[in-house]
Design a binder for this molecule. Structure first.
Ligand SMILES: Nc1ncnc2c1ncn2[C@@H]1O[C@H](COP(=O)(O)OP(=O)(O)OP(=O)(O)O)[C@@H](O)[C@H]1O
Length: 254
């Protein structure tokens, strides 16, 4: 499914947090959203997920404006994994992941064996099957993060939005989650602080002061100029001698 943002603007208490953001992500593309702290990545992801209504502009899923869609239809297409997602205590890991099936259940479509299989697969994908019966409040930050990603996978969205999903993860789980996300046959928008991880996306977009200031293939966008200008760091960019991919070495803050 394609997702398009047309000239999105968002303001709160008189501060303009997003200005004129336009963006289109094609079906099955992995789009990385990068930018310094406070540049508007989370705000944009919430608008794209339909959790906030833009003050101006609109979001389209394929060619359907989101504001004309029912909440349940949106939830069957798009899901957002937030940075500090919380959930009620005394709930087990398996039940958190099972929440991902909620938009598909109704009196006419009760919980089924199929849902059971989807939840089991999602637990496996995020390497949490061995903790399925643990209570949520006993988990570490990284384990919680993986359960939330599992909940999103169980929703089988056509568009997956991830807000810094690797934040609390150890290096093995960072790499396995990013690899999993890239392999999913769906559209993904992922905000990332690790710019070397962003290099693995099909395209990236750079947020700065609430504006999307550049988009394109990572190699074209992540130049020493951009790293200095937007991220405030001096960096050198090398070709990895093993696979030729581009690697950044950050030298110092500007
Ligand atoms: N409810 C609010 N009221 C006032 N300002 C807000 C509100 N929500 C967010 N902001 C401000 O909007 C700006 C953008 O925030 P946002 O969380 O979208 O940035 P971000 O790029 O995701 O940052 P980070 O990398 O630190 O997670 C920040 O300066 C933040 O302080």
């Amino acid at each position: 499914m394609k997702i398009t943002a047309e000239q999105l603007t968002w303001r709160v208490h008189g501060s303009q947090l997003l200005t004129d953001v336009s963006l289109s992500v094609s079906p099955r593309q992995t789009f990385g959203l990068i930018g310094p702290n406070g540049s508007g990545k989370t705000t944009l992801l919430r608008l794209l997920a339909g959790l906030r209504k833009p003050k101006q502009g609109r979001v389209l899923l394929d060619d359907r404006p989101m504001n004309t869609m029912r909440q349940r239809d949106i939830a069957q297409s798009v899901t957002l994994v937030e940075q500090q997602a919380e959930t009620t205590d005394r709930i087990k890991v398996r039940d958190v992941v099972a929440l991902g099936r909620t938009p598909f259940l109704s009196a006419l479509r009760p919980w089924s064996h199929q849902d059971e299989l989807i939840v089991a697969q999602a637990l496996k994908d995020v390497d949490m099957q061995h903790m399925a019966d643990r209570f949520w409040h006993t988990l570490s930050g990284g384990e919680r993060q993986r359960v939330h990603i599992g909940r999103a996978l169980a929703q089988q969205p056509k568009i997956l939005l991830l807000d810094e999903p690797t934040n609390h993860l150890d290096i093995r789980h960072q790499l396995s989650i990013l690899e999993l996300v890239r392999q999913l046959p769906i559209t993904v928008i992922i905000s990332l602080h690790d710019l070397n991880h962003a290099m693995e996306c099909d395209r990236i977009g750079v947020m700065e002061g609430g504006r999307l200031v550049d988009t394109g293939p990572p190699r074209d966008v992540l130049t020493p100029y951009r790293l200095r200008q937007t991220f405030g760091v001096y960096a050198d960019i090398f070709a990895d001698p093993i696979d030729g991919s581009q690697v950044m070495r950050f030298r110092s803050a500007v």
